[in-house]
Ligand binder design. Structure first.
Ligand code: NAD
Length: 466
């Protein structure tokens, strides 16, 4: 059901949501009409003044009630997420739903205090942060719940109301998050609608939406930016990535292989921040590839509902076909395939094997593009200057990581990576208080952290003469 202005409502049209492990119809989701998106935006608009006036402490209480209500339905939400997204129930789906609930509780505690810049004989100067109004949250299909709640929690605690539109590939869990909110949040504060991409377009063009917080591809992000110009919407754009990991010659590489494997292949590599280019020094490259392949061979691809599955299917057929095309390119160019390389098209689900390409040319598609699936090039380099240049030679700038025993040397390399996040000897550590965002065409603005909180507000400067 759609959640519009405090009501759970159906739509006159529906669309099929498929289970990616079987490509059978899992459910028929409501396709919200333009009138329904209008009603949701109007509902959020009407709810805004009272929600903004509540103050931080009361909004914190509401958000805690919401987290409790979600917690009470956790098992159902985790199963639904696996069925529609494909990710293993016992690992990633559980982590995602629990992570979203944790995020709501933690974000609820955050505050933006009024800053007093001057208080002297002449004047008082204060900097305040006021909510924006209605926030439109638009999410992708790879991590629909957590990325959605990153937006919802920050928008609500700062006093905004929200219209959330999940991807048409994965609407179901987000719709349930909306239905559960109806029981605990005031009417109109959180509206959730499913439907086609055109709903996103309506939101980005709408004069009564003050901000769009968008996560998705760079190409769509560019369209969002263009169509948001009408009322100068505030924008946070979390977009694509082609993250490099650099393994320095002194790295204790055997001990980090499991971490690097999961950083590349978790969620079947459908992560914006996954390692997508793994650069290893020539002196250890051959041994590294063989150890990495040995570890990868112990991991299984299958239905996410099966507790034996390590990696689920690709979420949708469109992405599966894109990957099939990339696999073809690897074959046609005779790149060295260290593992995998062939997609078994006779399987009903969108299963793609873990595939490792041994040192393809830097100019190859598998290095230059964001595959968004389980195919990883492991590249050799001789010279640190050269690898830094190659890592930075990308229109993307989301994340990166550097691995080496000499911490200072690793930090020196990390400081030269042109990305929003750089990890040294660890990876994929996130936090409510840790800003996350992309440089270059990986995005605009940040989520999380104090900066992320402030992005859901306007700065208002108050100057009072004494
Ligand atoms: P997508 O851009 O196709 O879709 C994202 C969302 O935008 C969906 O809800 C879609 O319905 C909506 N949309 C489509 N056209 C629109 C339009 N014209 N106006 C407004 N909304 C529109 O992305 P996807 O395929 O769902 O997700 C994969 C991409 O997301 C990858 O490139 C990945 O790197 C990126 N991603 C980035 C982050 C990050 O935090 N940087 C996180 C996850 C995914």
């Amino acid at each position: 059901m759609l959640s519009i202005d405090g009501q759970a409502v159906t739509a006159s049209a529906t669309f099929d949501v498929l289970n990616p492990a079987s490509n059978t119809v899992l459910a028929k989701a409501p396709a919200a009409s333009p009138e329904q998106i209008e009603a949701a935006i109007q509902g959020a608009r009407n709810a805004f003044p009272a929600w903004a006036a509540l103050g931080w402490d009361e909004r914190e209480s509401y958000l805690n009630c919401y987290a409790d209500a979600l917690d009470a339905n956790k098992d159902e939400l985790i199963t639904l997420l696996t069925l529609e997204q494909g990710k293993p129930r016992h690992t990633m789906a559980t982590t995602e739903v629990e992570g979203a609930i944790y995020w709501i509780r933690e974000v609820a505690k955050r505050r933006i205090p009024v800053e007093v810049l001057e208080d002297n004989e002449q004047q008082v100067v204060q900097v305040q942060h006021t909510p924006l109004g209605v926030v439109g949250a638009i999410t992708p299909w790879n991590v629909p719940v957590l990325l959605g709640l990153w937006k919802v929690a920050f928008a609500l605690v700062t006093g905004n109301t929200v219209v959330l539109k999940p991807s048409p590939y994965t609407p179901l869990t987000s719709l349930r998050f909306g239905e559960i909110a109806l029981k605990v949040l005031p009417s109109g504060v959180l509206n959730v609608l499913s439907g086609g991409n055109e709903l996103g377009q309506i939101m980005t063009e709408h004069p009564h939406i003050a901000k769009i917080s968008f996560t998705g591809s760079t190409a769509t992000g560019q369209r969002v930016m263009a169509s948001s110009a009408g009322n100068l919407k505030r924008l946070t754009l979390e977009l694509g990535g082609n993250d490099a990991a650099i393994v320095l010659p002194d790295a204790d590489y055997k001990s980090i292989i499991p971490t690097l494997f999961w950083a590349a292949f978790d969620n079947s590599a459908q992560l914006c921040i996954a390692i997508k280019r793994l650069y290893v020094h020539t002196s250890i490259h051959a041994e590294f590839v063989s150890e990495f392949v040995a570890y990868a061979k112990t991991k299984s691809v299958g239905d996410g509902m099966d507790p034996a599955t390590d990696l689920g299917p690709i979420q949708n057929r469109m992405q599966y076909e894109k990957l099939a095309d990339l696999f073809e390119d690897v074959k046609n160019n005779d790149y060295r395939v260290a593992l995998g390389g062939t997609i078994d098209r006779s399987l009903a689900g969108n299963f793609v094997p873990v595939t490792i390409i041994d040192n393809p040319p830097e100019s190859s598609r598998v290095v230059q593009e964001e595959p968004f699936g389980p195919i990883l090039p492991i590249l050799a380099y001789d010279d640190v200057e050269d690898v830094i240049r190659r890592a930075n030679n990308s229109p993307f700038g989301l994340g990166g990581s550097v691995w080496g025993k000499n911490r200072d040397a690793a930090i020196a390399v990390a400081n030269r990576l042109e990305t929003g996040t750089v990890w040294v000897n660890q990876i994929h550590v996130y936090g409510v208080d840790i800003p996350f965002g992309g440089h270059k065409q990986s995005g605009l603005g940040v989520e999380n952290g104090h900066e992320g909180l402030c992005e859901f507000t306007n700065t208002r400067t108050l100057l009072i003469k004494k």
